[in-house]
Design a protein around this ligand. Structure first.
Ligand SMILES: C[S@@+](CC[C@H](N)C(=O)[O-])C[C@H]1O[C@@H](n2cnc3c(N)ncnc32)[C@H](O)[C@@H]1O
Length: 326
């Protein structure tokens, strides 16, 4: 990152990768290089602690990967602020600064590169908004909030890892799979780049085989460990046909198991056309036990007469042990 002083008359732009990367097929890191203008304050060394405290209270410190927002300026400091938060809380922040004798905020042009954005921003910037199956950052964040650090996650249709990598960063144990060899390659690449290989195992299998082998073995192992403070999640984002893969869980265990623990939580995305009846879909794919925990949420409109939904439910023993009288 390089820093250069900028005159205050230049207005800053929000922090987001360049729009030109949208739809990129082959990762070109240089295309992410961009100049942004951010508010900054000069602070004498004796006031740094006090000012940082004020900035943190207002949540306006510039937070980007691999970027140090507090920089040396001789024996004093320059603190970089987040332009969006600063703009939003402008009056309040200026008043707070006045209390500690900081009366001027200047603007700095900084050059940010691929390494300064987090994986979510990069995915969001690359994926075109109408990519089938592309879901919003908000929807992903909704899922992230339901998964705790340490939980076990199976991402059946992982793509290049927009769920898997942030969850691995959240210290979940992630098993991420994709049938497409290119997606698999970039999934491994992204795990390396984000230094989360310790938390992610990648597979290049058909979703059905992944469930029949990796998920099945993983569940047995998990149940045997008797860890009732962790949960298991299965993510299935292939909205055109993910529902059909639910069939794979039926009778997944036909053998005797000495121990059966917590049931996995499934998040399965699907499309529904206007002329399809939701009750027919529910009856076709979810048995009466599954329906007891089933929640269907709208994710987004894909076309005027087609919506994407998420089905969230707890997998049932009745489904997994179809052939056993449990
Ligand atoms: C809609 S994308 C989802 C990618 C990512 N999980 C996300 O949320 O953006 C679906 C992914 O499923 C993969 N896929 C398609 N058919 C598959 C199959 N039968 N088994 C495993 N992966 C499959 C595709 O290669 C694609 O990367």
């Amino acid at each position: 990152m390089s820093v250069e002083i900028q005159t205050p008359s230049v207005r800053w732009l929000s922090i987001f990768p360049p729009h030109t990367v949208c739809g990129m097929k082959v990762l070109d890191r240089d295309a992410f290089r961009k100049e942004i203008t951010v508010p900054s304050i000069f602070v004498t060394v004796d006031k740094v602690g006090e000012v940082i405290k004020l900035i943190k209270q207002n949540d306006c410190l510039l937070k980007m990967d691999n970027l140090q927002p507090v920089q040396d300026e001789g024996k004093d400091k320059i603190i970089l602020l987040d332009p969006d938060s600063y703009e939003e809380k402008y009056l309040k922040i200026r008043q707070c600064f006045k209390k500690v004798d900081i009366n001027s905020v200047s603007w700095r042009k900084i050059t940010v590169t691929y390494e300064n954005w987090n994986s979510q921003d990069i995915f969001k910037a690359i994926l075109p908004p109408n990519t089938p199956g592309n879901i919003s950052v908000k929807e992903r964040e909704r899922i992230f909030r339901t998964i705790d650090s340490g939980d076990l996650v199976y991402d059946v249709f992982a793509g290049v890892g927009p769920f898997a990598i942030p969850l691995a960063k959240q210290k979940c144990q992630v098993h991420a799979n994709d049938l497409n060899p290119d997606s698999y390659k970039w999934l491994c690449h992204n795990a390396n780049l984000n230094k989360v290989t310790q938390y992610v195992r990648a597979y290049n299998l058909d979703g059905k085989e992944f469930i029949q082998t990796i998920v099945k073995i993983g569940l047995v192992d998990f149940w045997m460990r008797d860890e009732d403070n962790r949960r298991v999640h299965v993510l299935m984002n292939l909205p055109a046909c993910a529902l059909d893969f639910l069939e794979t869980f039926k009778g997944l265990f036909s053998e005797y198991l000495p121990k059966v623990g917590v049931m996995p939580i499934i998040n399965c995305y699907f499309f529904k056309k206007e002329d399809e009846d939701m009750n027919d879909i529910i009856d076709k794919y979810f048995d009466d036990e599954a329906q007891k925990t089933l929640k269907i949420s709208v994710v987004r409109a894909v076309a005027p007469n087609k919506l994407m939904f998420r089905a969230t439910y707890k997998l049932t023993k009745k489904t997994l042990f179809l052939h056993l009288a449990l």
